[in-house]
Design a protein around this ligand. Structure first.
Ligand code: BDR
Ligand code: CA
Length: 323
């Protein structure tokens, strides 16, 4: 049985890689893509999702426009990281049309009442916060909520303590975690502790090009800007591709491990957006999250290569040479 999945995203370079991965899996049925403002303004994110769907020959998948600003904070895009077009200045051809009559929140409410779905949220949590306000029951029907965001022992990536998705709309993130507490379910937090280890090194990209030149060239085109950004900002040769790990975790939870904890999101001041992980029970609260702390990096990349390059495990020749 395929897993029904909704991807809530802000494409974004690594969001696009996550979409490519999910769309290539025979175990996932992507029933819709919802767009939130984040890396890119929402209209640009919508345009980028369509460009990726066109590249994957999957324009049949509906894409819904969502929030164009955070709940309370001023919107700050991340085009410095993702390029002027939000897709690494690849300037892929625009895809016109494919607008949906429903907004993201209406689609989420409608579909979650009809089908058991996993939601993979790889942008700020604004759309999900709106869903809570619009149709709380539908939110509680999410079978599994996986969120790329936050950090526990690892430092922040847009402040000393905060990760971008939660920093961008801390009120939304705070609302979602509070609602998890109410539901008795756990949010699966795919934070920087694990995603920071997912570095697409240049030799890994070369390997992809060797195996599948066209797809490899496409990935090089959309990641070039991201490589430059990582070198300039962090002196890192390679780029951290956060979002595909959330898809990998949906496909195979054995790829990561972690701990249950009560998590709250700080909304203001120096600690804005910080995910405060109460791993030692100070708050005397039931866990509302499963916080990922370890990842099998080789297993991730084997899965990533196989899916994105449309190869079976046995076709990933000479993989052992690159570890
Ligand atoms: C997250 O922020 C964005 O830049 C990425 O797309 C990812 O979702 C990492 O902090
Ligand atoms: Ca993202």
């Amino acid at each position: 049985m395929k897993q029904n999945v909704i991807i809530d995203c802000d494409p974004g370079i690594d969001d696009s890689l996550a979409l490519m991965m999910a769309l290539s899996s025979k175990d996932i049925e992507v029933i819709g893509i919802t767009i939130v403002c984040g890396n890119s303004p929402v209209e640009m994110g919508f345009a980028n999702a369509k460009k990726i769907l066109k590249h994957m020959n999957r324009l049949d998948i509906p894409v819904y426009l969502g929030a164009d600003k955070p709940l309370k904070k001023e919107y700050v895009n991340a085009l410095d990281t993702h390029g002027a077009d939000g897709l690494g200045e690849s300037f892929l051809e625009e895809v016109s049309g494919y607008e949906q009559p429903m907004q993201a929140v209406e689609f989420l409410s409608d579909v979650l009442r009809k089908k058991a779905c996993t939601v993979i949220a790889i942008g700020p949590l604004t759309n999900l916060a709106h869903l809570i306000a619009y149709d709380e029951e539908a939110f509680h029907r999410i079978e599994k909520l996986i969120s790329m965001g936050g950090n526990y022992r690892s430092h922040g990536n847009c402040s000393p303590v905060a990760e971008y998705n939660y920093w961008e709309d801390p009120e939304a993130a705070s609302m979602v975690y509070a609602q998890m507490e109410k539901s008795g379910k756990k949010l699966y937090m795919v934070g920087l502790d694990v995603t920071r280890q997912i570095v697409l090194r240049p030799d890994l990209l070369s390997y992809m090009e060797r195996l599948e030149p066209l797809q490899g060239a496409f990935i090089r085109r959309i990641t070039k800007f991201y490589y430059d950004f990582h070198w300039e900002q962090e002196r890192l040769i390679g780029c951290v591709i956060n979002d595909p790990l959330a898809v990998a975790y949906a496909l195979d939870p054995q790829i990561c491990s972690g701990c249950e904890a009560y998590v709250q999101i700080e909304t203001d001041g120096l600690c804005r957006g910080q995910s405060v992980v109460d791993a030692h029970g100070f708050c005397k609260k039931e866990a509302n999250a499963y916080v990922l702390t370890e990842v099998d990096v080789k297993k991730f990349f084997s899965m990533f290569f196989a899916l994105v390059l449309h190869k079976s495990a046995s076709e990933l020749i000479a993989l052992e040479n690159i570890w």
